[in-house]
Design a protein. Sequence first.
Length: 148
Amino acid sequence: MKKSMLLTLILTVSILTIVSAQSEKEKKSIEIEVRKLDSLHAAAVLNGDLKEMDKYWTEDFMVNNPFNEIDRANRIRNGAVTYISFQRICEAVQIRKNTAILMGKEIVVPKGKSPDAGKTINRRYTNIWMKLNGQWRLVARHASVICS
């Protein structure tokens, strides 16, 4: 192998290593940011704060909810589902450019006239966040009850 080709190969490998390291650093930064937003969203749901929730949801946000329905968070919006406790535990994050997928478990206790009010409900969730117009927004969600 010619010396110039060898130098080019070494330089290329070095650049790719640097770019990859920067990419991993960027992914970690994004992960920290979306984990925080996911926690803030959970707090807004617990508090029933629709104005705050709307900061996180896209206009066309949709959810596959634990009641086996696909909707636009209608049960939350109309107050049919409220919580005395809402704990979200993110177990995995995957970053793909402008998309972040968070998965984990939730431990919730509905209140008032909500179905299963007063009972502790364990469920699995997936939240999909996208960076749109410079802001991370929740575009879709799936939550399902864990059967014992």
